[in-house]
Design a protein around this ligand. Structure first.
Ligand code: HEC
Length: 114
């Protein structure tokens, strides 16, 4: 009896872990404050990035938020988290807080097309 209990326990831990890894980005996305992110994006990103409902013009070299959400190199929680940790916009170099980054990622990924 005992060994099989042990195995079941181990299996639960492994399963639980992988389920958690899938759920974690999803819950972070759900808890993202999209209104706060939209205001932040309007203030700090929209001069360069084209953003739905906010700006239709931007710097030519800057990808639109829709593109960011849908291209492979930027369209995931992990990629965006890495990118947004170091600001690339010179005139407003203040780094974003962790909460700002989470909110912005949720906001950008809300433009993901299926
Ligand atoms: C002064 C103009 C400017 C501002 C302001 C700006 N960006 Fe950008 N951004 C760019 C340009 C130009 C690029 C493309 C070149 C590059 O990747 O650095 C870019 C690229 C990006 C990328 C993709 C980077 C990559 O590695 O592919 C992300 C994500 C991004 N911006 C997010 C943001 C967010 C979020 C904000 C606001 C908090 C913001 N940007 C503000 C000009 C700007």
């Amino acid at each position: 009896m005992r060994p099989s209990y042990k195995r079941a326990g181990l299996l639960l831990i492994i399963l639980g872990h992988s389920v958690w890894n899938c759920i974690l980005p999803a819950t972070a996305m759900m808890s993202a404050d999209l209104d706060a992110a939209k205001a932040l994006a309007e203030n700090q990103c929209a001069t360069c990035h084209v953003i739905p409902e906010i700006s239709t013009t931007g710097a030519e070299a800057a990808p639109t938020f829709v593109l960011l959400a849908n291209q492979k190199t930027t369209g995931s929680w992990e990629e965006l988290a890495t990118i947004l940790k170091s600001p690339h916009w010179p005139e407003n170099g203040s780094p974003l807080s962790g909460t700002d980054i989470d909110n912005l990622i949720g906001y950008i990924l809300s433009f993901t097309e299926k």
